[in-house]
Every structure is written in structure tokens, then in C-alpha cells.
Design a protein around this ligand. Structure first.
Ligand SMILES: Cc1cc2nc3c(=O)[nH]c(=O)nc-3n(C[C@H](O)[C@H](O)[C@H](O)COP(=O)(O)OP(=O)(O)OC[C@H]3O[C@@H](n4cnc5c(N)ncnc54)[C@H](O)[C@@H]3O)c2cc1C
Length: 477
């Protein structure tokens, strides 16, 4: 599949306009990183530590991607389930520890006597996650990239590229200044949606092979003033962290109007402040402007309705107050590039080892069904779900899944990497996205210094350089 360029197509009247414009040229840089989420931050920081000139371009008003703009306020996949070992090191571990030191994250342990207790969850991967305060995290990230000497443009979209002889020569950006072009030697597409790869004419796929449908989106929101003692008591008594039984009762009574059958609440830094990861909207395409608009509007409507129901029926939520609704839709899945290689479910089942491993994920299968938003096709059982396909606890990430074809100076870390669809679950969470971004940024140093293509660089040297920066590229399961 590839997208037509320079076309604004209305649904009813397909038509196109050829646009010729002279655009202002900005200063040239070594690398343009498009997208300032986990993968873009990892990439920009790793490229910059090698003294490359880096322009980091972010469509929203703050860095952090889903963790700030999407209010997805916990970094998962970076520590072992028992919380004893870091599985993702390097930039991710430094930022997590730095954010905790600055009071915008906590590093939980499973010790019940320690400060953080995940009310709403009481076992498993969420203790291993790193809960965040997205509002102060945004300021911390501003300082980190500023100190690193990275040139940043916020509220700026990467809208197009110029490609010559299989290489991107310019990235076309848009912000309040209008359209302009940045000459560059390499590009990191960290948009999560492979926007740059798609606009460069690279191959990609989207959604399920049989019908192209994608997993539901969620507009996240935060509440405060939750009585967590009441909440925790209910959850532990009923062993029901997602309120499935209560939701079923409400549905039977005609009081639950939504497609999903769960209510997920996660404590953030303070007791009583919670992230609600629940409105799950089917049929939204995160790469379609109209569909994203519909997702925001439907999402907000459902949040207000959901909160009314929670006030009335959910233990601990009687006086919960809406603290914030994400300014950006939470999109779990869109394009996946078709790279030199693809990480498959079978690789994870068999524990395949890769010579070009550049990082790991400690997360499991997690890609809700496009039509049944509370159902996980890779799990079985509801009360105590187990993985249908057994995999090792820690998943390796090969470098080559980040290389879109055929553009040679483009690399694509993060959520849009080349995986068999169900293998996206372990990789799409944020710690592994930081790891992929860091590898892409480190790789950019060889690309710029030695004039090689991303696919031709010396991968064992890349792995060695990552080790020198405390990234974890070796793991025994
Ligand atoms: C509802 C939901 C819940 C989730 N829960 C968790 C969780 O609890 N823990 C966890 O670790 N992960 C979770 N995830 C997954 C995780 O948040 C994402 O998969 C991850 O953030 C992807 O990282 P990324 O860097 O690839 O993309 P993003 O985090 O999406 O960052 C991409 C950035 O690029 C910007 N951008 C996009 N297009 C352009 C463009 N054309 N020009 C300029 N900028 C652009 C975006 O504004 C964004 O800031 C969740 C995801 C969702 C949607």
C-alpha cells in the first residue's frame, strides 16, 4: 500500500490539486527527528550525544508523546515483573530516574511498605511500570533536550518530504510560520504512524491482514479525589481490578451503554489521583484526520457519561473530580512499515535470538480486538487470563525491523516498526520505544560520519556503542 502525495481527497468527490510553491529554507541539519514521543526523544538524545546537529519536530505543544499529550501516564515494559531488574537501560533508565528525582515520576517496588501502591491493580506488570505526572514531566523534558543542545520545534507537523535517488533531501514542515523546508542528511520517523515513511513512498501495512481493522483507540482522562481505600477494598474482595462483574450487572440493568466491558483505573503519583484508561472506541483510524476528530468528540462524550456512571456505581468514585482530558487521542495501532525483516509471533514463541538486537521489552501480548474492545485475542480466560501463545518474559528487538524500504537515509523506531500484527503488543509500550529510538539515534552517528545507509552500518559496533551508554542489548531469559 502507498499513499498518493499532494492530494486532499474529500470523501464524496475524489479530486486532486497539484501544488507548486516556493518554500522558505531553514538551516540544514544532520538529522531531523519527526515526533517527540518516547522513540523520538530516545533518538534525538542519542544522536545529539554524538555531537550531530538535531532538529526535533513535535506536532503537539509538549514533548513526551503519549505519556504527556495522551495522558498515558505510566511507562511500561522497561523493568522485570518482580521490579528487580531494568530491561531497558540507557536513555530510558536515565530519564525515569531523573524524572523521579524531579518529582514527576515514582519508581515503584512490590514492597507493600513503600510509598507507591497500585490501587486498582494488585499484581503483575503495573508495579513494574513507572507512573508519571504528565504536566511536570513535560517541563522536565523541555530542560533535558535544552541541556542536550537539541533544536526543538513544537506545534510543528512534518507534512511531506523531497526524495531524490532514494534519499530524503528535505523535510517539509508546517507550523504558525507556514510551510517551510529543512535540508537534512538523515531522518528519524518517530511519529508512531510512519507518517514520513508513508509520505516518502515507503511500503507499509495497516491493521488486520483480513480486513485492515485496527485495535480501538482511547481518549485517556485523569481524576482526583478518588477514595482509594474504598476502591482497593472492593478490588481485593472481589478480585476484580477491571470491574468486569460490576459492568456486566450495569449492562444487564440497562445502565452501561458502551461497547467495552471494563473500567481500568491506575494510581498515579498521589493517592486518589488516577488515570482512567477506558473509553475504547472502535472504528477509528488514527491516520485519517476526520476519523481522529470523530474520536476526540466521541471520546469526550463518553468520558462525561462514564464519569456520571462511576460517580453513581463504582466504589471510591462517588466524589471523583475530572482533572484532565488528554489533548490528543490515544492511538494504539496504525501503519506498520514493511522493513527488511519482520518480528513474528513465532519468533517470540521460539525465543529467537538476533545478532542485531538493540534492546528489549518486558511487556506481554496486548492488542485488543478491533470489534470487541475488552477482548484480547492473544489471551484466554477472563478472571485470571493467561497468554494463549507462551513467550519468554523478555522480548528482543532486532535493529532491522526499523528500516523502511526503499528510502536509505530514513529509520523508523517506535510503534510503527515491522512486526507481525500481534507482536506489536510487547513492543508498542513506551520503554521499548525509548530503546528503539535510542538505537536509531545512535545509528545516525555512523550514517552521518561515515556516509553509509542505515541498512549498511556496522551493527556490532552499534551494539557496542549502545552498551557504552548503559543501554541493555544482551539478556538471558
Ligand atoms: C490508550 C493507550 C494506553 C496505553 N497505555 C500504555 C501504558 O500504560 N504504558 C506504556 O508504556 N504504553 C502504553 N501505551 C502505548 C504507548 O503509549 C505508545 O505505543 C508509545 O507512546 C509509542 O511511542 P512512539 O514514540 O512510537 O509514539 P508516540 O508516543 O505516539 O509519539 C509520537 C509523537 O509524534 C508526534 N507526531 C505524530 N505525527 C507527527 C507529525 N507528522 N509531525 C510531527 N509530530 C508528529 C505526536 O504528536 C507524538 O508526540 C498506550 C497507548 C494508548 C493509545
Amino acid at each position: 500500500m502507498s499513499e498518493d502525495r499532494h492530494k486532499l481527497v474529500s470523501r464524496d468527490a475524489p479530486a486532486s490539486l497539484t501544488l507548486h510553491r516556493n518554500l522558505p529554507l531553514e538551516n540544514a541539519c544532520d538529522v531531523v527527528v519527526c515526533g517527540g514521543g518516547p522513540s523520538g526523544l530516545g533518538a534525538a538524545l542519542a544522536a545529539r550525544r554524538g555531537a550531530l546537529s538535531v532538529l526535533l519536530v513535535e506536532g503537539q505543544g509538549q514533548l513526551g508523546g503519549m505519556s504527556t499529550s495522551g495522558l498515558v501516564a505510566q511507562w511500561l515494559g522497561g523493568r522485570s515483573d518482580d521490579t528487580r531488574r531494568w530491561v531497558v537501560g540507557g536513555v530510558f533508565r536515565r530519564l525515569a530516574l531523573g524524572a523521579a528525582e524531579h518529582g514527576c515520576a515514582v519508581i515503584p517496588t512490590t514492597n507493600p511498605n513503600e510509598k507507591y501502591q497500585v490501587h486498582g491493580w494488585h499484581k503483575g506488570q503495573n508495579e513494574a511500570g513507572i507512573p508519571l505526572d504528565p504536566f511536570t514531566l513535560a517541563g522536565y523534558l523541555d530542560d533535558v533536550v535544552d541541556e542536550a543542545g537539541i533544536d526543538v520545534l513544537l506545534h510543528t507537523q512534518a507534512v511531506d518530504v523531497c526524495v531524490e535517488d532514494g534519499r530524503i533531501t528535505h523535510v517539509i514542515l508546517f507550523n504558525k510560520s507556514g510551510l517551510f523546508a529543512v535540508p537534512t542528511r538523515a531522518v528519524v520517523d518517530a511519529t508512531g504512524d510512519a507518517d514520513v515513511a508513508a509520505r516518502s513512498g515507503c511500503e507499509f501495512v495497516k491493521g488486520r491482514p483480513e480486513d485492515g481493522l485496527m485495535t480501538p483507540v482511547t481518549l485517556q482522562f485523569h481524576v482526583d479525589n478518588v477514595d482509594q481505600d474504598a476502591l482497593s477494598e472492593y478490588i481485593h474482595k472481589h478480585d476484580s481490578p477491571r470491574f468486569r462483574e460490576l459492568v456486566a450487572e450495569l449492562r444487564a440493568a440497562g445502565e452501561w451503554p458502551f461497547d467495552y466491558e471494563i473500567f481500568i483505573s491506575v494510581q498515579l503519583l498521589e493517592k486518589g489521583v488516577m488515570m482512567i484508561n477506558t473509553p475504547r472506541l472502535v472504528g477509528i483510524d488514527g491516520t485519517d484526520g476526520r476519523s481522529v476528530t470523530e474520536g476526540m468528540i466521541r471520546g469526550r462524550r463518553e468520558i462525561y457519561r462514564l464519569l456520571e456512571i462511576a460517580h453513581k456505581h463504582f466504589p471510591g468514585f462517588a466524589h471523583a473530580r475530572l482533572k484532565a482530558i488528554a489533548p490528543c487521542l490515544g492511538v494504539r495501532e496504525t501503519r506498520r512499515i514493511v522493513a527488511d525483516t519482520m518480528l513474528t509471533v513465532d519468533d517470540l514463541r521460539q525465543g529467537t535470538r538476533f545478532e542485531d538486537t538493540i534492546g528489549y521489552s518486558a511487556y506481554g501480548w496486548d492488542l485488543p480486538d478491533p470489534k470487541r474492545p475488552s477482548y484480547q485475542p492473544m489471551w484466554e480466560g477472563v478472571a485470571a487470563p493467561v497468554h494463549k501463545v507462551k513467550k519468554k518474559p523478555v522480548t528482543p528487538i532486532p535493529y532491522r525491523i526499523m528500516l523502511p524500504q526503499p528510502v536509505r537515509n530514513l529509520i523508523c523506531p517506535g510503534r510503527a516498526v515491522s512486526v507481525e500484527r500481534d507482536a506489536l503488543g510487547p513492543l508498542r509500550v513506551m520503554a521499548p520505544c525509548f530503546a528503539m529510538g535510542e538505537a536509531a539515534g545512535q545509528a545516525s552517528q555512523q550514517v552521518i560520519r561515515e556516509g553509509v545507509d542505515y541498512r549498511d552500518l556496522d551493527v556490532s559496533r552499534l551494539r557496542e556503542e549502545l552498551r557504552e551508554h548503559d543501554a541493555i542489548v544482551d539478556w538471558e531469559n
